[in-house]
Design a protein around this ligand. Structure first.
Ligand SMILES: [Zn+2]
Length: 288
């Protein structure tokens, strides 16, 4: 079994990206596992603070370990968008493979200070646990958007700068960096998300010299993903698209089977829809 570090290095060498999908229930985990097994590619499973409050960090670790050990899925668990050292400690103690400390809304000085604290703590416990830092604000909810989230960096002047990224990585010693390159969390109904700044991704990759993580992948055009991976993105987060498939499938089942009360039968359509989303995204990210 490879470590997450080895999986990401391999993705970098092959010019592909590893998919990251969030879970808040067993159905989503099952969809990720089925799509992953079919394609035989590695995957990262994430729980945000809200999701892990519901799922429970120990339960998340046990479920991902079960997929690894009993179902042949090469998967890793990430504490997505964690805002405090206490929550990071909780995830590390529970057995997560990676953590994202999200200081994207802080000033760069404060972000460096707090992210460094997180890196020092995590590495003192287990140097194999990987730490991701976030530079630039890209909104915070995986939902259907009516407008660009307030304060999100969309204009070229607000995106993460290459020099800033180099300084941030050098001073904090993070393993991965999540920059703001035109991406935002959430997706618009019936319209694609704003364009990614591919050139900026290239510049950040050259100066930061660590694997880059693209958040807010939902709603991004296929050709933008392809260019982003070529420019240096190694991990891509998808959440809203899976949530939309879950809701849509559930609505269809509830309408079509008004007398059904069995949860595992009512979830079938949602499961199929989510599996399709994950399968198609993984296929694209792995250039298959
Ligand atoms: Zn994110």
């Amino acid at each position: 079994m490879r470590t997450l570090q080895e999986v990401i290095r391999d993705a970098e060498a092959k010019g592909v990206a590893v998919g990251h999908f969030n879970i808040a229930n067993i159905a989503t985990l099952k969809a990720i596992s089925e799509a992953t097994k079919e394609l035989n590619v590695p995957v990262i499973i994430g729980t945000s603070e809200g999701e892990s409050k519901y799922v429970d960090v120990h339960r998340a670790v046990a479920m991902v370990r079960d997929l690894r050990e009993n179902h042949g899925v090469e998967c890793f668990l990430n504490a997505d968008h964690t805002h405090s050292l206490d929550k990071i400690k909780e995830a590390v103690k529970a057995g997560y493979d990676a953590v994202l400390f999200d200081g994207g809304k802080l000033t760069i000085e404060e972000n460096i200070k707090q992210t460094k604290e997180v890196v020092d703590h995590v590495k003192s416990i287990n140097s194999n646990i990987l730490v991701e830092g976030e530079l630039g604000y890209i909104g915070s909810s995986s939902k259907i958007l009516k407008e660009i989230p307030e304060g999100a960096a969309i204009n070229e002047g607000d995106l993460t700068e290459a020099e800033e990224a180099r300084q941030f990585v050098e001073e904090t010693k993070i393993d991965f960096l999540a920059p703001a390159v035109g991406n935002i969390h959430g997706m618009f109904k019936g319209a694609p998300n704003p364009n990614l700044n591919i050139n900026r991704i290239k510049q950040i990759k050259e100066s930061a010299k660590v694997p880059l993580v693209l958040h807010g992948g939902s709603g991004i055009r296929d050709e933008d993903f392809e260019s982003a991976i070529r420019a240096g993105i190694s991990i891509i987060h998808i959440n809203t698209e899976v949530r939309v498939a879950w809701r849509h499938g559930l609505e269809t089942s509830l309408k079509g089977k008004p007398d059904e009360v069995s949860p595992y039968k009512l979830i079938e359509e949602a499961l199929d829809g989510m599996t399709r989303v994950v399968y198609n995204r993984l296929k694209l990210f792995n250039r298959m």
